[in-house]
Design a protein around this ligand. Structure first.
Ligand SMILES: Cc1cc2nc3c(=O)[nH]c(=O)nc-3n(C[C@H](O)[C@H](O)[C@H](O)COP(=O)(O)OP(=O)(O)OC[C@H]3O[C@@H](n4cnc5c(N)ncnc54)[C@H](O)[C@@H]3O)c2cc1C
Ligand SMILES: *[C@@H]1O[C@H](CO)[C@@H](O)[C@H](O)[C@H]1NC(C)=O
Ligand SMILES: *[C@@H]1O[C@H](CO)[C@@H](O)[C@H](O)[C@H]1NC(C)=O
Ligand SMILES: *[C@@H]1O[C@H](CO)[C@@H](O)[C@H](O)[C@H]1NC(C)=O
Ligand SMILES: *[C@@H]1O[C@H](CO)[C@@H](O)[C@H](O)[C@H]1NC(C)=O
Ligand SMILES: *[C@@H]1O[C@H](CO)[C@@H](O)[C@H](O)[C@H]1NC(C)=O
Length: 631
């Protein structure tokens, strides 16, 4: 069965890897529907065809002599499932015709009463950039400087200065429409943006006026500053564009910006092709073993230069571990032979933590039009539809809000931040990780917490996002710098067949809960102690009976007040020194393995204070230059 087919392809690959002439018919096939249409070998084989993979594949195939194959588990999805932007797109807004995502279940969370939580991931060509809600942020300059500081030398410039040119390369910025900008005082600074990329950053032609008092109230809060542009690397209140086309007001993302718009015979994608494992020869990555959607047969394709892992922060560590690259103990327990004992693979797992607050304002519903009018007022709805049909303007060009407060700890926890910093510096970091954690992984955690301690004292690092909704007021805040670290490890009962065990370990660092409590208290001060008090705030959650810090903490832990994910899994193949439990070096090569790199959110040593799509594009553009320059 499978073996003979695989070895035949490998044998072919071995003889063809150098100086192979591509037949003309293959030139024309960019979407590979059948294994028989594959070249026996490609220069680069990408595992996963998501946000980062397609960005890098685009840049690498600019050279017509370089051949690339992208193997993607998900399909070429129905455009109706990803193009519309209203409400954050069909996936999160509900009603997608063919949900191009997969939902896993987390391990029970010890810190949250043993609850499990869903893990939602894009599963299509284009990856999570095809299902996300198109919020477009890059975070604090200091977030990226902390990446570079983890290394003794940062020669490739994994810091703010070094990544800023790639943010400019990654996105094509359009300024907001004049009338909307004037009406809502939207500020921006185009010098932080570029104009070359196929990925667009653009603005709706409409905002609900209910945001006026909400934005004004931000300015009344102590320590809250205005930042002129979301791309400036600051912390405070800022406006940010949407990941959409400026004219069509449709989703702009990895598929339509880094593949469909190109006519490159050297750039192949095979959809519905699931990578099972990597094949190594000694410690050199040679080939990828995969399955298609039509049989259980296993196929193999060789990479003559490199294999590039881009299956995302949940699946990349799984594939590395089943391939024998990972922590020896985890691999042994699952009966996988260790080829490279690399303790960091699957560790250092992070996501942004959400908390549930609900303060309603009757006064906001007196401001028209609002989000209910589009449901209840036929005149307004007709106008909205007509505007969309005429020139794609109006409320249906609005994904979700384009303004929020991205605050430093100094602003939302003025009386707590110094003690948080001291605790991060002095706590026993090993005791906050599982007992069997490798000492290098512990050292990396300690180094990250030391770095965060400095960030805690800075007014320029974003620690929490306070988003607003013109109809409903402040929405669930997000902790942008988690303090706990979890893991993504193969399931020993069926390492290949079952999804990995995803353990957030939310609240395992006690600092985390203290900071989340302060976020609840800030939302209350913002709602009840500013001019917003005139709009009739009512505390529906946590509720007026939940007053003391202890009561708020209990609500968060046991009252369903915490959500461990904001859909931003990261950190599981971290770019850090090997002595700090790192998995890839600054060229993104996996330690101890030849011809193998990783480029997805897994390489982030720590999350930026931003939703992760734009950071992924920026990293991928930088990675592409590193790969092409052959350093
Ligand atoms: C629902 C949702 C909403 C989000 N909202 C926002 C937002 O508004 N703004 C923002 O900035 N960020 C948002 N994000 C996060 C952001 O989109 C992601 O962080 C980013 O796209 C991740 O890029 P990536 O390249 O690391 O992985 P992905 O883009 O997820 O790509 C990984 C790809 O690998 C494929 N794959 C996995 N396993 C295999 C295998 N074995 N074989 C072959 N292929 C495989 C997957 O199917 C997937 O297509 C959201 C994410 C989600 C899921
Ligand atoms: C816009 O700025 C002007 C001048 O600072 C101010 O008077 C006005 O209230 C602001 N409008 C909004 C909606 O913030
Ligand atoms: C299998 O995947 C290929 C490539 O994406 C696609 O053309 C085909 O329709 C799929 N078949 C099924 C049964 O899903
Ligand atoms: C309905 O919407 C229209 C257009 O925005 C507005 O003029 C009208 O006052 C609204 N009617 C009600 C009852 O709110
Ligand atoms: C505000 O939230 C409501 C409910 O989730 C939603 O219908 C509406 O579209 C939101 N407003 C904006 C501007 O996104
Ligand atoms: C917020 O509270 C109000 C009033 O109790 C309720 O009607 C609404 O559904 C709540 N919203 C959310 C998102 O839970």
């Amino acid at each position: 069965m499978s073996i003979s087919r695989s070895s035949l392809l490998l044998a072919l690959a071995a003889s063809c890897a150098h100086g192979f002439v591509i037949p003309k018919s293959v030139h024309q096939a960019r979407q590979i529907a059948d294994v028989s249409d594959l070249l026996p070998a490609y220069d680069y084989v990408f595992v996963g065809g998501g946000t980062s993979a397609l960005t890098v594949a685009d840049r690498v195939t600019e050279d017509p002599d370089v051949t690339v194959l992208v193997l993607e588990d998900g399909p070429f999805a129905d455009p109706a499932a990803y193009l519309p932007v209203a409400g954050g797109g069909p996936v999160l807004g509900g009603g997608s015709p063919s949900q191009p995502l997969i939902e896993l279940t987390s391990a029970p969370q010890a810190g949250l009463g043993g609850q499990t939580y869903p893990i939602v991931l894009g599963n299509m060509v284009g990856g999570s950039s095809g299902v996300n809600s198109m919020m477009n942020l890059r975070g604090s300059a200091e977030d990226y400087d902390r990446w570079g500081q983890l290394f003794e030398k940062d020669e490739l410039g994994w810091n703010w200065e070094g990544i800023l040119p790639y943010f400019k390369k990654a996105l094509n910025f359009s300024p907001p429409p004049k009338e909307v900008a004037e009406r809502f005082n939207i500020t921006w600074d185009a010098s932080y943006w570029g104009s070359e990329s196929g990925v667009h950053a653009a603005w709706p032609t409409f905002q609900y006026p209910g945001i006026d008092p909400l934005v004004a109230a931000f300015d009344e809060m102590p320590g809250v500053e205005r930042v002129v542009d979301s791309g400036a690397g600051g912390a405070g209140v800022y406006w940010f564009p949407t990941l959409m086309d400026p004219v069509k007001h449709e989703r702009s993302f990895a598929l339509n910006a880094h593949y469909e718009n190109l006519d490159r015979p050297n750039y192949h994608i095979m959809a519905q092709a699931t990578v099972r494992r990597l094949i190594l020869e000694d410690t050199t990555a040679k080939a990828v073993e995969f399955q298609t959607n039509s049989s259980t047969e296993l196929f193999t394709v060789e990479a003559s230069k490199e294999i590039i892992m881009a299956a995302g922060a949940i699946h990349t560590p799984k594939i590395l571990q089943v391939s024998g690259i990972g922590p020896k103990g985890v691999l042994e327990a699952a009966g996988i032979e260790t080829i490279v004992d690399l303790p960091g693979v699957g560790q250092n797992f992070q996501d942004h933590v959400g908390i549930v607050t609900n303060i309603t304002f009757a006064g906001l519903l007196d401001i028209h039009p609002n989000g209910l009018d589009i449901v209840n007022n036929a005149t307004f709805r007709e106008w909205a539809k007509e505007s969309w049909e005429t020139d794609r303007s109006g409320p249906y060009s609005l994904a979700i809000e384009n303004v929020a407060a991205w605050l430093p700890l100094t602003a939302f926890a003025p009386s707590l931040f110094e003690s948080v910093a001291t605790e991060l510096e002095t706590q026993n970091h090993a005791s906050l990780l599982p007992a069997e954690t490798h000492p290098t992984v512990v050292a990396g955690y300690a180094a990250q917490m030391q770095g965060l301690a400095a960030a805690v004292r800075s007014k320029d690092t974003v620690f929490a996002r306070f988003k607003i909704n013109g109809t409903y007021g402040p929405t669930n805040p997000i902790l942008n710098q988690p303090f706990s670290r979890g893991s993504v490890n193969i399931d020993p009962t069926d390492p290949f067949g079952k999804p990995p065990i995803v353990d957030y370990r939310t609240l395992s660092n006690p600092v985390e809960l203290k900071v989340l409590v302060e976020m609840v208290k800030w939302v209350r001060r913002y709602s009840f102690e500013t001019s917003l008090k005139d709009l009739g705030p009512v505390d529906a959650a946590p509720g007026p009976d939940v007053v003391s810090d202890e009561e708020i903490a209990e609500y968060l832990v046991l009252g369903g007040g915490i959500y461990p994910s904001d859909y931003h899994p990261a950190g599981t193949t971290a770019m850090m020194p090997l002595e700090l439990g790192g998995v890839v070096d600054q060229t993104l090569r996996v330690y101890g393995v030849k011809n193998l790199r990783v480029i997805d959110t897994g390489i982030m040593p720590n999350l930026p204070g931003a939703n992760t799509c734009q950071p992924t594009y920026g990293m991928a553009e930088k990675a592409a230059d590193i790969i092409k320059s052959n350093v």
